[in-house]
Design a protein. Structure first.
Length: 79
């Protein structure tokens, strides 16, 4: 396994920030599952399959797209 050239700056990558946020959200939902059931109650029953598919797509696509976008040069500046 070889690390990317700018691995020391990984905390600045939006994909890493999104992964951290997803981890915090997952931990909160495991600690208090009633949060999720309360949120699901707001989604109308016929829309739940579409909402779940969109949620999965966003959770996958957002960090993937963020990692593919140029996020700054080697000078430590974020663009």
């Amino acid at each position: 396994m070889t690390l990317v050239e700018d691995a020391r700056a990984c905390w600045r990558w939006w994909s890493v920030r999104m992964a951290a946020l997803a981890g915090v959200l997952a931990a909160a939902l495991v600690a208090q599952p009633q949060i999720l059931t309360g949120l699901v109650a707001y989604v109308p029953e016929p829309w739940r399959p579409l909402a779940s598919a969109l949620a999965g797509l966003v959770v996958f696509a957002a960090p993937t797209i963020a990692r593919l976008v140029q996020q700054g040069g080697g000078d430590g500046q974020i663009s």
